[in-house]
Design a protein around this ligand. Structure first.
Ligand SMILES: [Zn+2]
Length: 96
């Protein structure tokens, strides 16, 4: 993962989660997750590092290795302004 996320902000009491491509197991995102539940969406400001360049705010996240569609971007009205909604079955996660 070569890109530091320029929009990242630290969150207290969070856990670090690794998100991998479900197809080729490429490491996609290092994520600061609040709570131990499943990952359904990734808030942009909680992404620490990524193998996709987020500086241009891409509308979707594809695996840079196999091009699998992993998530699509959406705007949220409350709290966080932007998030990537994960595509079901397209990714794996692991606590680190
Ligand atoms: Zn892949």
């Amino acid at each position: 993962m070569k890109y530091e996320n320029p929009y990242h902000r630290k969150v207290k009491g969070s856990y670090t989660m690794l998100v991998l491509c479900g197809r080729c197991k490429n490491e996609i995102v290092l994520y600061q997750k609040v709570g131990r539940g499943r990952l359904l969406r990734m808030y942009v400001d909680r992404i620490i590092r990524s193998s996709v360049d987020l500086s241009g705010k891409p509308g979707a996240l594809h695996c840079p290795n196999c091009n699998e569609l992993l998530a699509t971007r959406m705007a949220l009205k409350r709290k966080h302004t932007e998030a990537y909604v994960m595509v079901r079955g397209a990714y794996n996660t692991r606590w680190v």
